[in-house]
Structures are given as C-alpha cells and as structure tokens.
Design a binder for this molecule. Structure first.
Ligand SMILES: O=P(O)(O)OC[C@H]1O[C@H](OP(=O)(O)OP(=O)(O)O)[C@H](O)[C@@H]1O
Ligand SMILES: Nc1ncnc2[nH]cnc12
Length: 172
C-alpha cells in the first residue's frame, strides 16, 4: 500500500521551515489505518514486551490498538501536569520546540519490557526522553516502533542503543 499517498504534508507548519507530516489524513482511511496497525503488530510480536508506552498525543493512536493486539498493558507518557500521584519527568527538545514528558512512577516495575510507539521519529528527542523515563524506573526497552521516520534529522543515531522500526521514511 502507498502510505505516502495518504499522509498529507503541510509546509511551514507549525513553524517556518518545518515540513509537517500529518497522520490525520491516513487514519481517516480505514484500510490504511488497519494496514499500519497490522504491520506494527507483526514487528511488535517478536519483541517479547509486556507493556506499550505511548507518548501523548499521537502515540496513543497507534500504540493503543497495538497493545490490545499483542496483549500488553498501556503506559501513557504525558505532557506535564496531567498525571496524578508520583511522577517522573524528563525535559527534551523536539524538531519544533521543547517540552517535558512525564510517566507515573507506579507504571513501571523492574523487569518490565516496553515497546515505545509513536507516529513519527524526527530528532528522536521525544522517544529518547521516553526511554529514559522507563529505564529510570527499572524497565527495559524492547524496541521502538513508529509509522514515519525523517531520516536526515538524526533520530536513529540518537536512539542507536535500541531496536528502531519505522514503516515510511522521508528525508526531512
Ligand atoms: O523526534 P522529535 O523531534 O521528538 O519529534 C517527534 C514528536 O513530535 C510530535 O509530537 P508533539 O510533541 O508535537 O505532540 P502531539 O503528539 O501532542 O502533537 C510527534 O508526535 C512525536 O512525538
Ligand atoms: N515534521 C514533522 N511532522 C509531523 N510531526 C512532527 N513532529 C516532529 N516533527 C514533525
């Protein structure tokens, strides 16, 4: 299936110079959405994970059906101030800004194996911050799965210690 055909690209959004890959046009198409989840599931099944970690907000879209299909628990990774109880936080930079991600401390136990699922790997800042949160709490990273990878932005190099699988690539 030609997925690029389904991903609408907006130039100069949300800032000048950013070529924004919009997954909303893809998930509107039921066959394309099913195809992506099926492809992610094939890869995820080999990773022997008991958890799927999902960065807010677009990671939720792909990580939730994937967790259901492989029989894993879900760990939301949220923007600051959204999670109750004790949380662990990491600040990070992403392609068009900077942010903080948080995870509930009781979400991860030593020995847990998590797959991190997101829509897009650009600089890798978001995914790296997520892996740090999980590892800080004693979890292991089973792998990282994204729909889109922007290959010239260096995310794969930053995440070189991990298995990283993406389905569609663009240079930037
Ligand atoms: O590899 P990076 O440079 O870190 O960029 C990738 C991240 O940027 C986007 O999230 P964003 O923070 O815009 O949040 P959203 O999902 O809430 O739109 C995207 O969904 C990835 O999580
Ligand atoms: N170029 C891009 N398109 C869509 N989401 C992004 N997140 C970070 N960079 C992005």
């Amino acid at each position: 299936m030609d997925l690029k055909d389904k991903i609408q690209v907006y130039e100069d959004f949300p800032k000048d110079g950013i070529s924004f890959k919009d997954i909303n046009s893809l998930i509107l198409n039921p066959r394309a959405f099913q195809y992506v989840i099926d492809e992610m599931t094939k890869v995820a099944k080999a990773l022997d994970a008991n958890l799927v970690a999902i960065p807010e907000a677009r990671g939720y879209i792909f990580g939730t059906p994937l967790a259901y299909l492989i029989g894993a628990g879900l760990v939301p990774v949220r923007k600051p101030g959204k999670l109750p109880g004790e949380v662990s936080s990491v600040a990070y930079d992403l392609e068009y800004g900077s942010n903080i991600v948080e995870i509930q401390k009781n979400a991860i136990k030593p020995g847990d194996r998590a797959i991190v699922v997101d829509d897009l790997l650009a600089t890798g800042g978001t995914l790296m911050a997520t892996t740090r949160l999980i590892e800080k709490l004693g979890g292991e990273i089973a792998g990282i799965i994204t729909l889109i990878e922007l290959t010239e932005l260096g995310g794969r190099d930053l995440l070189k210690d991990y298995f990283v699988h993406s389905i569609v690539t663009y240079p930037y």
